[in-house]
Write a protein of this length. Structure first.
Length: 92
């Protein structure tokens, strides 16, 4: 399961699965096993803003921290996503 970064952000891993690259760019966040169960899911737009599809077990504070982190780092994250064959940004 590819991680965007080795370090945790707001005590959560940010990752995607090789099966989900058929969707628009998104980020899963989980503090445990990196599975979709109980993970949050953020779709990423071309300006780095996010649309929270699923909150998972994140608190509102963690959602804000992770959303802000994605906004600040989305270009690097997008490169990782594209290197695995991922699609384009979320368009709403």
């Amino acid at each position: 399961m590819p991680k965007y970064y080795r370090d945790r952000i707001a005590n959560h891993y940010l990752y995607f699965t090789s099966q989900c690259i058929v969707e628009a760019m998104h980020v899963h966040a989980s503090d445990r096993k990196m599975t979709e169960y109980n993970s949050a899911k953020f779709f990423v737009m071309s300006d780095g803003s996010t649309v929270l599809q699923r909150k998972g077990d994140l608190t509102d504070i963690e959602v804000n921290i992770i959303s802000r982190f994605i906004k600040e780092n989305y270009k690097d994250m997008y490169k990782t996503w594209k290197d695995f064959g991922g699609g384009e940004f979320f368009r709403g």
